[in-house]
Design a protein around this ligand. Structure first.
Ligand SMILES: [Zn+2]
Length: 81
């Protein structure tokens, strides 16, 4: 018997904690990477990248195969604010 929780993300998308300060990250969006820089990319699986913001230290993170800081989005976020 399942108990659907509208607040819950999909089970394969756990909400990670910030590696820097340990605060739970806020999910922003998911972007599927095309990775189409080479012709080989057509045969490669597309990896969805989940983007998170940390409300603790203000760092943006991206989670693909592993959690990495995203300096590009960090710059965009700083200039927007
Ligand atoms: Zn943080």
């Amino acid at each position: 018997m399942t108990n659907p929780d509208p607040a819950a993300e999909s089970p394969d998308r756990p909400r990670p904690d910030c590696p820097d300060c340990g605060e739970p990250l806020t999910f922003v969006e998911t972007v599927v990477s095309s990775g189409a820089f080479r012709t080989q990319a057509v045969n490669m699986p597309q990896i969805p990248i989940h983007y998170y913001d940390c409300e603790g230290c203000g760092t943006c993170w991206k989670l693909g195969t592993r959690l990495l800081p995203d300096p590009v989005r960090q710059i965009a976020r700083d200039s927007r604010a």
